[in-house]
Design a protein around this ligand. Structure first.
Ligand SMILES: *[C@@H]1O[C@H](CO)[C@@H](O)[C@H](O)[C@H]1NC(C)=O
Ligand SMILES: *[C@@H]1O[C@H](CO)[C@@H](O)[C@H](O)[C@H]1NC(C)=O
Ligand SMILES: *[C@@H]1O[C@H](CO)[C@@H](O)[C@H](O)[C@H]1NC(C)=O
Ligand SMILES: *[C@@H]1O[C@H](CO)[C@@H](O)[C@H](O)[C@H]1NC(C)=O
Length: 282
């Protein structure tokens, strides 16, 4: 697994997280021995503890019919009806809420296991009653979390024909990357390719073209209209994930597809390409 650390928080994570919390809460409620009638009165004691914090702390969220208290406060583990949430990157086997008792554990990780190699092991994954990860096999998969909608893929909002692109007198290929030290060493591939074909590189990596200042905060503008318009000017986009992991698919793939630029992809092996489709596209 060659996956890079990425640290960012997007609203969509919150959406996934809320759904995931809901799953955990429902389980908590079902697991409770008391009848469902006293759920309402006990609701303030349904507690989700981020053992390794990620987001949302010290607030109530709606879990089905009840409120759950989400917190980073580990000392609340002595309450009734507690479940533990772990953010995968920070999961640490030397630091766990033991004894296990009957507690429910949930794993939330939109990143690849490169951030925490322990998560490559079945044994580690079997510790969790529920998981929400990029893998389609998790309880609440986040595999497509970076894809806004199916319509965005078929929409012609950003589309330019090859003739229009030719008039712009740009390189054929665009590369926009600011993480230049990935374990899969994607930059070395691009550097070699640059010897044979002109590539416009706007990011910090192998930079040869100035990114408009409005786009310099790449994380916030990852899917902005402006960035999509820029990508739309190019026939091809180098779309290399920093990780080659099954189902680990990020905006790197969706961005060019939405912009109408052909991705040159390295990432999840589950992505399959039909060459004929691309011929029609051109
Ligand atoms: C909630 O927990 C507190 C402290 O642990 C306890 O005093 C209280 O009775 C509990 N409330 C309900 C409705 O179970
Ligand atoms: C894991 O937890 C142990 C015990 O608290 C701590 O000593 C160690 O530094 C932690 N490791 C990491 C990578 O945080
Ligand atoms: C949660 O998982 C643990 C470890 O696999 C297991 O012992 C426990 O019974 C599970 N609890 C529930 C409520 O599923
Ligand atoms: C196109 O770009 C090349 C190199 O970037 C430059 O030499 C050439 O003059 C440009 N042509 C036009 C029509 O702008």
């Amino acid at each position: 697994m060659l996956c890079m650390k990425r640290v960012k928080i997007l609203p969509i994570y919150l959406f996934g997280l809320l759904l995931f919390s809901l799953l955990i809460c429902i389980q908590l409620i079902m697991f409770k021995e008391n009848s469902t009638e006293d759920i309402a009165t006990n609701s303030e004691n349904t507690t989700l503890i981020w053992w390794t914090p990620f987001t949302l702390s010290d607030q109530y969220i709606q879990c089905g019919n009840v409120h759950c208290f989400v917190t980073n406060s580990r000392h609340l583990k002595y309450r009734d009806n507690v479940a533990f949430l772990f953010y995968g990157t920070h999961f640490n086997v030397s630091d766990l809420p033991l004894p296990r008792d009957i507690k429910i554990w949930g794993l939330f990780h939109e990143e690849s296991p490169r951030n925490n190699p322990l998560l490559n092991h079945e044994l580690t994954l079997s510790l969790f009653n529920y998981s929400s990860t990029f893998s389609r096999f998790s309880d609440l998969p986040l595999t497509l979390m970076y894809l806004k909608s199916l319509e965005s893929l078929t929409s012609h909002e950003y589309y330019k024909t090859f003739e229009e692109k030719n008039l712009l007198n740009l390189s054929e290929i665009v590369y926009i990357q600011s993480d230049c030290d990935t374990p899969n060493n994607r930059d070395s591939y691009v550097k070699e390719l640059m010897k044979y074909i002109s590539i416009d590189s706007y990011g910090a990596c192998l930079n040869n073209k100035k990114l408009p200042t409005s786009l310099t905060n790449a994380l916030e503008t990852m899917m902005s209209q402006e960035l999509l318009q820029l990508v739309a000017n190019y026939k091809f986009s180098i779309s290399f994930e920093n990780a080659v992991c099954e189902d680990y698919i990020t905006e790197k793939l969706w961005r060019p597809l939405i912009a109408g630029s052909i991705p040159i992809y390295l990432g999840s092996p589950s992505i399959k390409v039909s060459p004929l489709k691309y011929l029609n596209f051109i």
